[in-house]
Design a protein around this ligand. Structure first.
Ligand SMILES: *Cc1c(COP(=O)(O)O)cnc(C)c1O
Length: 457
């Protein structure tokens, strides 16, 4: 499989090159040049496979520059860190299926992609003799999942900036109790935006970036999407027998749901992808009214979806228009006008694939409460946005809702909703006794640069 950019200037590159490139050199995002189609007879064959076998069959369609045995090893290693051998349990509660995609080391779904990406990086770097120093800013989930993805790996260091005292206590523990010598947590005296500003500033110094082999692990890497396509198939096989289903996806960056859209393009019988947002509803406004205009971000009970700029949306624009010129035009429109406009015809296509609902803070809590009362099952606040969207939109068809985080990660909202705390998994309890490793640092780009230089020389 070869890859090209959504903006048309990069093409015919191999998978491994696409993984290392991250963002395409023309500013676009990388996508495969073809869409592998899964026939209905192949679907039946795939339906009896274990998670790892299924991952191998699907991922290998996109990675012909990796030997089959090597890919198998990478996949098996990536999912051996999950606490459930079949990786993702799917449970039925009333008339909805809940697919728990959060049983990885940091208890949010980002582990599924970042465990895979970490092993992939290690393999590619070993082969090419390169080194990679990952630099990123986090408000919580991504940083911890990225750290767990690369801890202890050869030829990789990771530097993650978080706003000191402003990530949840569990997220902070998950990051700072990783004491491997290649992991550096920087607690910045500032906000998440300050952290992100510093990272962007450092990346904009092209010479510095090159000299210190800096790279990112953000959600635009194609390998992350690829790993996520797998669980759409897996959940489908667990819940359905050939009929069409709706899959409900709590989303922010359009990353998770784009993987579902791609699974649909490949032939998975999905009726509608139900795009669930919180009060940061740019994607809901888009699906329902064609209104893709950037507003300011507000804080909600589902902080991992507090996003206005959905970085993976550009990939969808490519498939909507099938034209790199049109993608460039629309991305320029976004830059100048802070919005993208869509025609009625565009919206017909959009509504064929998607439905959407934006859940308020109050509805998040009431959904957690009523679901708990009905089924004695605690939804995390992100998943609650999904279940509420399904209740509002999709009663008739079979609905599968992706549960993106363990409720214990967001216990404050749970306490507000039901007056008690969710049970903590043993692996989270254990973190409280572990030694911590972190570096406190001033809110100053030069100080962070000096830190990198010191650690990398
Ligand atoms: C990151 C995250 C999301 C949003 O995923 P996107 O890929 O940005 O759509 C939803 N829920 C949780 C718990 C997350 O960590």
């Amino acid at each position: 499989m070869l890859y090209k950019s959504t903006r048309g200037k990069v093409k015919n590159i191999q998978f491994k090159e696409a993984v290392m490139m991250g963002l395409a050199e023309d500013g676009g995002l990388l996508i495969p040049q073809e869409i592998p189609h899964i026939s209905s007879s192949e679907l039946i064959k795939l339906s009896s496979l274990s998670y790892q076998e299924l991952a191998f069959e699907l991922i290998s369609k996109f990675t012909d520059d990796i030997k089959r045995d090597t890919l198998k090893d990478i996949i098996n290693k990536s999912y051996s860190t999950f606490e459930i051998s079949d990786v993702i349990p799917v449970v039925k509660k009333g008339d909805i299926y809940i697919a728990e995609i959060f049983h990885g080391p940091t208890y949010a779904f980002k582990d599924i992609a970042l465990q895979f990406l970490g092993n992939l990086f290690e393999y590619i770097l070993e082969e090419t003799g390169q080194k990679l120093n990952i630099l990123g800013a986090t408000s919580g989930d991504t940083g911890s999942a990225a750290i767990y993805g690369v801890r202890g790996k050869k030829n990789i260091n990771i530097f993650i900036l978080h706003p000191k005292g402003k990530v949840s206590p569990i997220q902070e523990l998950q990051m700072t109790t990783v004491t491997d010598s290649n992991v550096f947590n920087l607690a910045v005296d500032g906000t998440f935006d300050d952290c992100q500003f510093i990272v962007k500033k450092i990346f904009s110094d092209v010479d510095f970036k090159k000299q210190y082999s800096l790279g990112a692990v953000n959600s635009i890497n194609w390998a992350r999407i690829l790993a996520q396509i797998v669980y759409y198939f897996h959940c489908y096989f667990k819940a359905a027998k050939g009929e069409k289903v709706n899959i409900v996806v709590p989303t922010g960056n359009f990353g998770n749901i784009f993987a579902g859209y791609f699974a649909k393009l490949m032939g998975l019988p999905i009726n509608k992808l139900i795009l669930a947002t919180n009060e940061n509803n740019i994607l809901s406004r888009f699906v329902n009214n064609g209104d893709y205009s950037i507003k300011s971000v507000c804080e909600t009970y589902s902080p991992s979806m507090d996003i206005q700029i959905a970085s993976n949306f550009e990939r969808y624009l490519f498939y909507l228009y099938n034209s790199p010129e049109k993608v460039v035009e629309k991305m320029n429109e976004l830059k100048t006008n802070k919005k993208i406009s869509f025609t009625e015809e565009d919206m017909k296509i959009v509504k064929d694939d998607f439905a959407s609902y934006s859940t308020s803070n109050d509805e998040t809590l009431s959904t957690i409460k009523s679901f708990y009362e009905s089924f004695n099952y605690i939804l995390d606040p992100h998943t609650a946005c999904g279940v509420n969207a399904a209740n509002k939109l999709g009663k008739i068809e079979l609905n599968i809702c992706l549960a993106t985080a363990h409720p214990a990660k967001f216990y404050d909202a749970i306490y507000k909703a039901i007056g008690k705390f969710p049970e903590e998994p043993e692996n989270i309890k254990k973190l409280k006794e572990l030694p911590k490793k972190l570096y406190e640092i001033e809110n100053d780009t030069e100080k962070v640069k000096d830190f990198l230089i010191e650690k990398l020389s």
